[in-house]
Ligand binder design. Structure first.
Ligand code: IPE
Ligand code: IPE
Ligand code: MG
Length: 228
């Protein structure tokens, strides 16, 4: 494929629960399948030399509004991923970052996430960012609070540099699977000029081939950034 590729892709990994329901299985079954799908997508992104991938794994609203049982399953998945796959990523020169508020997470999960970040190679050529207990509004409010504490001038640049994503270029493409056409509080500030791609495919069915379709569509878009 000779196409114009995004540097940074954000993915709202939605539809795991419905995928499981269709199979008469518990929602956790869908989350497990979603994790497998994510691993394949990350591999494909690296093959394309896409430098940054950010995946929405848990929103601030998910943490508030989902039953504890489901949250526990999601924490177990994070435990599994961060104690196995992350080391592999590091070995292959990838950096791992976590954006969001880790404070309310179970202590061992918080620690695993921090280890994943801290053991990352300093100048990895690929960065995988997990949005966990992440909300765009909370992120912007937090950045404003930091600016106030520092008595710093408020500009777009100063605020941006206090976001969780400081240092990561803004997403060029945001993909949402699962059929809903909304951002659900994902990268609100950073998405200002992102190209949006929505697909009805449920996340566990979002194969590397489906990812390629999104890239192809992206390559056909004209980005004007307000110009003509
Ligand atoms: C997305 O899948 C994953 C998380 C929010 C953790 P959902 O769990 O929202 O699946 P649906 O939307 O109910 O199908
Ligand atoms: C968005 O999906 C959050 C993640 C994918 C982590 P949701 O399923 O929580 O979004 P809504 O509730 O349909 O907006
Ligand atoms: Mg959902």
């Amino acid at each position: 494929m000779d196409i114009n590729l995004p540097r940074h892709v954000g993915i709202i990994m939605d539809g795991n629960g419905r995928w499981a329901k269709r199979r008469h299985r518990p929602r956790s079954y869908g989350h497990n399948a979603g994790m497998d799908a994510m691993i394949q997508i990350v591999k494909r992104a690296k093959e394309w030399d896409i430098r940054y991938v950010t995946v929405y794994a848990l929103s601030t609203e998910n943490l508030k509004n989902r039953p504890q049982e489901e949250l526990d399953e999601l924490f177990n998945l994070l435990r599994k991923y961060f104690s196995n796959h992350v080391k592999e990523l590091h070995k292959r020169g990838a950096k791992v970052r976590v954006i969001g508020d880790k404070e309310p997470l179970p202590a061992d999960v918080k620690q695993l996430l921090e280890e994943g970040e801290n053991n990352s190679p300093p100048d990895g050529e690929f960065t995988l960012t997990f949005a966990i207990n992440y909300g765009g509004r909370a992120e912007i409010a937090r950045a404003a609070e930091i600016l106030r504490e520092q008595n710093a001038e408020i500009t777009e640049q100063s605020l941006e540099s206090r976001l969780y994503t400081a240092g990561i270029p803004e997403p060029d493409l945001i993909i949402r699977t699962g059929g809903e056409v909304r951002l659900s509080n994902f990268l609100l500030w950073q998405a200002a000029y992102a190209e949006l791609y929505f697909t009805p495919v449920l996340f566990p069915d979002f194969t590397p081939g489906e990812f390629d379709k999104a890239l192809k569509e992206y390559s056909r878009r004209t980005r004007r950034f307000g110009g003509i």
